[in-house]
Each structure stands twice: as C-alpha cells, then as structure tokens.
Design a protein around this ligand. Structure first.
Ligand SMILES: [Zn+2]
Length: 452
C-alpha cells in the first residue's frame, strides 16, 4: 500500500499510454507513486484537481542562459526560474556562458551553485564548458555535478568563452567519451561567416537590413561544422548534441550520422519554428540570433525533421541581454547582441505552430519533456509522467488563446520578439516534485526548486 501525500488529477492526463482521466499520486519524497483511476483518491489525501486542463510532464529546457553571477543584470536564477515555472518548465539546464566566471572549472560551477541557493522556482542543472586548455577540468566538473559540456566552433560573443578548434576537440572528446556525458556544440564554422561578412562589407550592404545579417551567416557555416562534428563523433564515439540547429541543408548529414549508428542528436528552437526570414522587418534586432532565422521553406524542413525524428528536441536557447545591447534604436544587426528571449513562451509558441501542422500533445511532450531529459541524463527521473519519476507536472489549456503582453513576462527584461502575438496554450499550474511552483498567476513562496 502506497502512502499518498498528495493527489493531482485531471480529466485529461497525458500518460505514456495516451490522454485519459486519471489521478497522479505523489509520495512523501515528491515522486510519482502511481497513476490511478480518476476517482481513486484516498481519504485524507491532499487533492489538487486540475479539472479539464491537460496534465502532462513538466517541460525540460536544456538550453537556457541564466547569466548569474557576472551578468545578472541580463538574467538571473530567480527571474529565469520564475519565468520557467510560469511557462510550464519544471527543469532547466543552464549554459556555461554568459555568466562570469564561465562554467569551465569545478570552482566556477561551485560559484554558480552558491548563487542559485534559495533562488530557484524550478529544478536547475548545469552544463560545463569545453574551451581551449581546460581539459584537466572536465572530470572535476562532472564530479562536481555538471551534466555534460558545451563548446563553440565560432566566436561565442563573449571573451571568457573562446571557441575550440579541431586540435582542441580531439583530446577533449576522448575525455568526454570516457566521462559518458554529452558534448553540446554550437555548430557554425567561422570561415564561411568571415568570407560572407567581408563580401557584404565590400559591397556596402546595409547592416540594418535583415537580408544582410542572414547572408552573413550562410548555411555553409552550419553544414561544414556538422560535417566536422560527425567525423569527430565517429572517431571518438563521444555523444555529440547539435544545439539550436537552423540550416535545413545540414539535416541530411545528421540523418546519415544517425543511420550509421553514431551517438549524435540535435535540437532546434521555437524561434526557428515560428519565424521566417521573409517576415523579419529591417532593424528588428530582437530577432537576431546565431545561427539566424532562415527562410519559410527552411522552417518547414525543420518541422519535417522533428516529425521524422532527425531533430530530437526543442529547447528555448533563452539568451537575453541588457535591453540597450539589442541596439533597437539604431537597428544595426551587426552591432546588436545575438540572442532571443523566450523562455516563458516556449511551450505556447511551439504548440501554436505544432498544432497548426497536425502534431499531437504526445509529440510535444516527446520533444520538450522526454527527449531533453534523456539528453541531460535525467531519463526516468524527469520529463515523464510515470511511477518513480519526480512529480514535475504542468496543467495547461492547449486550446485557450492569449496575446503576449510583455508586462506579464517574468524574464528580467520583457524584450521579446513574441510581444503582441496571439498564441495557443495557457499554463495554469506547475508542480515541481509534487509541490506547486506556480498557480493562479502567482509563484509559491518560498521557492522549492533544487540544484540537480
Ligand atoms: Zn545558447
């Protein structure tokens, strides 16, 4: 007999076997003890009834730049995790840059963990960084709790996180393979970007035009980077994960690597799935990111790749900055910070576009809960609504529509390209390990998120 501390139920629970009325029983440790009949509520149990809302596993967002310490004025643990909870995300994994120090040593990871204490509304894990010369830090980082690593093949935008070359990657990937964690890669090579940029400057191309920015980061930068990573993956057998994939032309390279049995996965982001280059107004620097948002046909190819499983998951790549750095007044794409803020809206943006193309709630849960949990080594514990997993849940209404109001965004800065858009998918309540983190428009106090 299971002693039930709490029961969360709904007429529409997205369990592994489909959508049905059910009750989720949470044990004293915040784990799912059982998924039972809707009316199987033991006497004395604390009941959270989500009514007709869809109850599904909370989202796991494996690509978030929290930036604290060092650039806390861009984003911090409290603001990012409040936004996450309000957006149905119950676990996020922080990127090793743009904080100072960058998470490239065990000491830097400890500094982040200390900053995060008491500031988390959802659970948070950390990626470490692979940079030139920090190979001796990789094992200590994993021992200190890093879930894996991230590296750049091109300038990252910040000086403390330099890119790696093939000569750095070869020994690092042997080490990463031994540590049995993934290496996440910003897959663009610098040479095609430098060549394109030089040609645009020589031609006097206008930096306020989106077409200029798009042309400065050609698909060849992604294609050549992925070709390099496929080769190194084959050599080292290290788990490689391509972050924020944009170029449709490189998808066959990923598909072939998978068919060959290589341990290579890839993600794309809500902004690549929503926007298209043809629709980006000139000077709209809130839409600058790298790689860039490409054409409409490219966007549809990304959707097909998600459906076919060539792309495994959707992560936000929430990468905010101080608003002035977006240079919105000047509208200069070359000078603006590259990064899109969208953490809180990730679920609604992706669902709005997915449902329009006939995808199901089960697809959404696979792309945004189960697959990212697997990437972070949290399979079975996070991202799944099944006995034994943490009771990380979201109750939401996929069919309810809302207009994005920056005043209701919990990110540190409300700058977002989604402002004013009408989206489908309103989050009602978010639970982290069985405790409400967000509900009725408000956050629980005190925060109950933990460092993973
Ligand atoms: Zn990023």
């Amino acid at each position: 007999v299971t002693v039930s501390a709490r029961v969360i139920r709904s007429r529409r629970v997205l369990a592994p076997d489909g959508l049905r009325a059910a009750s989720v029983h949470v044990d004293g440790a915040g784990r799912i003890a059982a998924v039972a009949a809707w009316d199987a509520v033991p006497a004395g149990a604390e009941l959270d009834d989500a009514g007709e809302a869809v109850l599904m596993p909370g989202l796991v967002d494996t690509h978030v730049h929290v930036n604290q310490p060092g650039r806390t004025e861009w984003e911090g643990f409290a603001s990012a995790t409040r936004a996450a909870a309000a957006g149905g995300i119950t676990t996020l994994v922080d990127m090793p840059l743009n904080s100072i120090p960058a998470t490239t040593s065990a000491a830097a990871l400890q500094a982040k963990r200390a900053e995060a204490r008491g500031e988390l509304w959802v659970d948070v894990g950390f990626w470490g960084g692979v940079v030139p010369g920090n190979q001796a830090e990789l094992a200590p980082l994993v021992a200190a709790g890093a879930l894996g690593f991230k590296c750049f093949l091109v300038d990252s935008g910040v000086d403390e996180f330099p890119p790696v070359a093939e000569a750095d990657l070869r020994p690092a990937m042997r080490e990463v393979a031994e540590l049995r964690v993934p290496l996440l890669v910003h897959a663009e090579l610098g040479a095609p970007i430098a060549a394109a940029t030089a040609a645009l400057e020589a031609a006097g191309a206008d930096p306020r035009r989106y077409a200029t920015y798009l042309a400065s980061r050609p698909p060849a930068a992604e294609e050549s980077a992925i070709a390099l990573m496929v080769g190194l993956c084959r050599e080292s057998r290290a788990r490689v994960h391509v972050v924020h994939h944009s170029a449709a032309g490189a998808l066959p390279l990923i598909a072939r690597a998978r068919a060959e049995g290589l341990p290579l996965t890839a993600e794309t982001c809500p902004h690549y799935l929503r926007f298209a280059a043809e629709d980006v107004p000139d000077a709209a620097t809130e839409l600058k990111c790298a790689p860039p948002i490409r054409e409409r046909a490219n966007r549809e190819a990304l959707w097909r790749a998600l459906a076919d499983g060539v792309l495994d998951l959707v992560a936000s790549d929430h990468s905010p900055c101080a608003p002035a750095l977006k240079r919105r007044e000047a509208g200069d794409f070359a000078a603006a910070w590259g990064g899109i803020a969208g953490l809180q809206l990730s679920l609604a943006v992706t669902w709005t576009e997915a449902s329009r193309r006939g995808h199901s709630l089960a697809d959404l849960a696979r792309w945004m809960s189960a697959a990212p949990a697997r990437l972070a080594g949290l399979a079975g514990r996070k991202g799944v609504l099944a006995p034994g997993a943490d009771a990380d849940l979201v109750a939401w209404w996929p069919e309810r529509r809302f207009v994005v109001d920056p005043a209701r965004i919990w990110h540190r800065h409300p700058v977002t390209p989604y402002a004013g858009l009408e989206l489908s998918g309103v989050v009602g309540t978010t639970w982290v390990r069985g405790r409400q983190a967000f509900g009725g428009g408000e956050h629980a106090a005190p925060p109950a998120g933990a460092v993973l």
